[in-house]
Design a protein around this ligand. Structure first.
Ligand SMILES: [Ca+2]
Ligand SMILES: [Ca+2]
Length: 232
């Protein structure tokens, strides 16, 4: 039989009553059932750039205990089940190629309702920058106690400066790959070694650059006694 009026979502109960020709009635046991015509739309957590070729796709917003299909580049990457609050998380198993990818999630509840998230475009970058090149000072150069360190690195990478193997600070490389770093804390007089290391926006670290040895704060040149010497 069909219920004559549409039932709202939720738990309902029903029972049947039988009446025979003599007017005797008997009721069935009460059964309960759930009407579910709704499903929340899953919302993916932002992912724009990652250095992980098997990133974790996560989100929330759909029904609890729903099945989630994760679709990457229009292919089913795998399924998972939501927890309370419709929270879900799925780590890709097949490594993605470098570059741009798309992902969306399709939620299905037990009643057969489905809802699809918005599609997110993200980029996989697992390639580290090349080691930066320190161009100034050069090996053996005499500098002030607070030299400016200049060089080249992957454009828009973040360059960490190490002096005597200690992190001194960071500076961004510009769109042409140039960077400069002002040493602020005066160096002790004497020989020091600089290295640099670059990090791209995805967090990949370059090898550490070749070292440059320089001499900070050289003593003033000795007084010039040439004239007196020549008189002798
Ligand atoms: Ca539902
Ligand atoms: Ca890179």
């Amino acid at each position: 039989m069909t219920v004559p009026t549409a039932l709202g979502d939720g738990l309902h109960t029903g029972y049947a009553v039988a009446t025979d020709a003599a007017g005797n009635t008997a009721a069935s046991k009460t059964v309960s059932f759930t009407v579910d015509t709704l499903i929340g739309t899953p919302i993916l957590n932002p992912i724009e750039l990652t250095n992980d070729s098997t990133p974790t796709i996560s989100g929330a917003g759909t029904d609890s205990d729903a099945e989630i299909a994760i679709v990457v580049d229009e292919n089913l990457a795998g399924t998972t089940t939501t927890g309370p609050g419709g929270v879900f998380s799925f780590t890709l198993t097949a490594p993605l190629a470098e570059g741009l990818h798309t992902v969306y999630a399709v939620a299905s509840d037990g009643a057969g309702n489905t809802a699809t998230s918005e599609t997110i475009v993200f980029k996989v970058d697992t390639v580290p920058p090349a080691a930066p090149l320190i161009r100034s000072p050069v090996n053996g150069e005499m500098t002030t106690k607070t030299p400016i360190i200049r060089g080249t690195s992957e454009p828009l990478s973040i360059v960490s400066i190490l002096i005597d193997a200690n992190p001194e600070g960071e500076t961004p490389a510009d769109g042409g790959g140039l960077f400069s770093f002002q040493v602020v804390k005066p160096l002790s007089p004497g020989w020091h070694t600089i290295h640099a290391q670059a990090r791209d926006a995805a967090g990949n670290l370059s090898p550490i650059s070749a070292g440059v040895e320089f001499f900070a704060d050289p003593p003033p040149p000795p007084a010039n006694n040439d004239k007196s010497d020549k008189r002798k």
